[in-house]
Write a protein that binds this ligand. Structure first.
Ligand SMILES: CC(C)(COP(=O)(O)OP(=O)(O)OC[C@H]1O[C@@H](n2cnc3c(N)ncnc32)[C@H](O)[C@@H]1OP(=O)(O)O)[C@@H](O)C(=O)NCCC(=O)NCCS
Length: 190
């Protein structure tokens, strides 16, 4: 297969498609990374050094979505809201793994949502709480600080030690640095 010509490389700005809706425009920190194939729509705020990765959808149409600093929303994740009262709030240093669904709920600082997990309306993950990969957190449920929940529907698996939880915190640091690298180094080859 022929190598693509590097001469055709086009710099990308580090922010993917951003759409205003009815005159409401997303507010995105200048050093956040929104991947070119992600879509951010409407009443959405995204904080500093946060990464919204490829093929994510962040749709703030029927309510608001707020995402804090140094948070990573990994590829293929859908973030939406509910018209009946539940906005979506995501704090600082949060990890949301690939292909998750975050629907009208609250993820406090350092929350961790595993790959392909789903968090439903009115549910809350408190600071340092974790939903394991593939978990389904049903409406209104609350994961306490440092608790690890797993399964569908999700149940408490154990309370993590600070040492165990610290390993998961590392993920947010890795992704913060990765977002910085992508902002600086990503080039489109057509
Ligand atoms: C929860 C997790 C940390 C594994 O925990 P663990 O306790 O080390 O796992 P173990 O293999 O020791 O299993 C302990 C028990 O939990 C169960 N379990 C482990 N992971 C599970 C999961 N994701 N869902 C449901 N049950 C799970 C195991 O079946 C086992 O049950 P048993 O005692 O009845 O046999 C892991 O599954 C996970 O979700 N990691 C997150 C990875 C991720 O999504 N990263 C984001 C992208 S970077």
């Amino acid at each position: 297969m022929p190598e693509p010509s590097l001469g055709s490389a086009v710099p990308v700005t580090g922010t993917g498609p951003i759409f205003s809706l009815d005159g409401v425009t997303p507010k995105i920190a200048p050093d956040a990374f929104v991947a070119p194939s992600a879509a951010v729509i409407g009443d959405v705020e995204i904080g500093p050094e946060t990464g919204i990765w490829f093929h994510c959808l962040v749709r703030g149409d029927m309510n608001i979505i707020r995402i804090g600093a140094r948070t990573n929303i990994q590829d293929g994740t859908v973030i939406h809201v509910d018209s009946g009262g539940f906005a979506t709030y995501i704090g600082d240093d949060v990890t949301v793994g690939h292909n998750a669904v975050i629907h009208a709920c609250t993820l406090m600082n350092r929350a961790f949502v595993g790959i392909s997990a789903t968090v439903l309306d009115g549910a809350v993950i408190e600071e340092g709480g974790m939903l394991a990969a593939g978990g389904l957190l049903t409406p209104g449920k609350r994961i306490g600080p440092m608790e690890l929940w797993a399964g569908a529907p999700a149940k408490l698996l154990r309370v993590m030690s600070p040492e165990e939880r610290a390993k998961f915190d590392r993920n947010a640091v890795v992704y913060r640095d990765l977002a910085k690298r992508y902002r600086a180094g990503l080039r489109s080859l057509g």
